[in-house]
Design a protein around this ligand. Structure first.
Ligand code: ZN
Length: 406
């Protein structure tokens, strides 16, 4: 039994064991791949007391976040989404030139660039030195570090309270939620708002997206446990939206209790979560069996293609590709190489399996028979970019919700 990071109870029951894995974002240089690589258990659990889904064992954050290869501006879809978010929240909250927007896990400053274009004050905080450097080059003031009670005290003394605090895709990374929410409480203006965007647990289950489980993601959020967490600190969700981005996300707007009207979407979403069983252990045990079935059928499909002499490559080396590759037991003998747009990843090797990463142009030079779409959440974008590969007869394999050829 593990202590729950939302309610502090000791009722966390493990339901999915993905085995020992290297860190999903530690893409290796040629020299690094010959050295010892650390692996850690990857086990997902469900809290019987508050229904929060979480990893049962945590890796020290510094090992994962001090240097980060995922850059927001690399994806056209994500960049557009973040700039839309800035425009939407500026309008909804009526932010002006004196309003401070704090973005936690601000990456290369893509979201804050959107807010700057809207005319607000901006401040970013991110633990990754390399990303902070990129953000500064983009003209976005950014502090290097983790957000929590201590940093919030420093930031509020220097910059004043924030009218809006955003956390897009960083909230699932927080192991010490109590310290984090205490920080939010210190930093947030009395009538301010917090906007959290995170992969939605419901979408994860419906898409069978087990590969989005990796050590960085200590939490898999539904609204129920999130509401319980914020209520402990005198705050409450006032609006919830589901977004098609990434793997399906929720955007939750949180305010101090009584600071804003609570939208119908909150009660509706909570009722839906109960209806589909997000608060019951059986739901997760069923999911675990589906994941094991997917592993077996996908591994079989790749073995059959190899037997038939087909050449298979991969597209996209997001962190989740590491979970999929490791859990399925794949290596360069199944997927010869992976094409990825990010210059930071090209020339490196995937963690654990050591599959080489190459520029996307190699797909056309080489024209493999099949390409496993490891970045399946950007399927439309990738397939549009790879129209030429497909027009020459190349086929894509989608790994989830079940292995299929498109
Ligand atoms: Zn709990």
């Amino acid at each position: 039994m593990t202590t729950c990071i939302v309610c502090g109870g000791d009722g966390v029951v493990p339901f999915l064991d993905l085995g020992r894995m290297s860190l999903a974002n530690k893409f290796l240089t040629r020299e690094e791949k010959d050295r010892h690589e650390a692996t850690f258990p990857l086990v997902v659990g469900f809290c019987r007391d508050c229904a929060h889904v979480q990893l049962t064992q945590h890796v020290a954050p510094d090992a994962m976040f001090d240097h980060y290869l995922y850059v927001s501006s690399m994806s056209d879809t994500l960049k557009r989404h973040l700039h839309d978010l800035a425009a939407t929240m500026t309008r909804r909250l009526d932010l002006g030139q004196d309003s401070l927007v704090l973005d936690i896990g601000s990456n290369d400053g893509t979201l804050l660039s959107g807010f700057r274009a809207q005319g607000t004050r901006t401040l970013g905080i991110d633990p990754a030195e390399n990303l902070v450097e990129l953000a500064r080059q983009n003209g976005v003031e950014t502090v290097t570090g983790y957000f929590g009670e201590a940093t919030a005290r420093e930031l509020v003394a220097r910059h004043g309270p924030a009218a809006l605090i955003t956390s897009t895709n960083s909230f699932p990374h927080i192991p010490d939620l109590e310290d984090f929410v205490q920080g939010l409480d210190i930093m947030l203006a009395p009538d301010g708002a917090i906007v959290i965007e995170a992969h939605y647990l419901r979408d994860l289950l419906e898409q069978n997206a087990f590969d989005t489980v990796y050590h960085e993601h200590v939490s898999y959020w539904a609204l129920g446990p999130m509401k319980r967490l914020f209520e402990r600190f005198g705050m409450e969700p006032v609006a919830v939206e589901r977004l098609p981005l990434h793997h399906g996300q929720i955007r939750v707007t949180v305010r101090r209790q009584g600071a804003g009207l609570v939208d119908d979407s909150v009660a509706r979403t909570l009722a839906e979560e109960r209806e589909i069983g997000l608060d019951r252990l059986e739901t997760y045990e069923r999911f675990a069996r589906k994941v094991e079935g997917l592993r077996d059928s996908m591994a079989q499909m790749l073995r059959d293609l190899a037997t038939a002499g087909k050449r298979v490559a991969g597209y996209g080396a997001p962190a989740k590709s590491s979970t999929l590759i490791t859990f399925l037991g794949l290596g360069p003998e199944n997927i010869a190489y992976i094409a990825d747009k990010s210059p930071l990843k090209q020339g490196r090797f995937t963690p654990g399996a050591h599959i080489p990463i190459v520029p996307p142009e190699q797909l056309l030079d080489d024209q493999p028979d099949y390409v496993v779409l490891l970045a399946w959440n950007f399927a439309d974008e990738v397939m549009a970019q790879q129209a030429e590969y497909r027009s020459r007869g190349g086929k894509f394999i989608l790994p989830v919700p079940e292995a299929s050829v498109v």
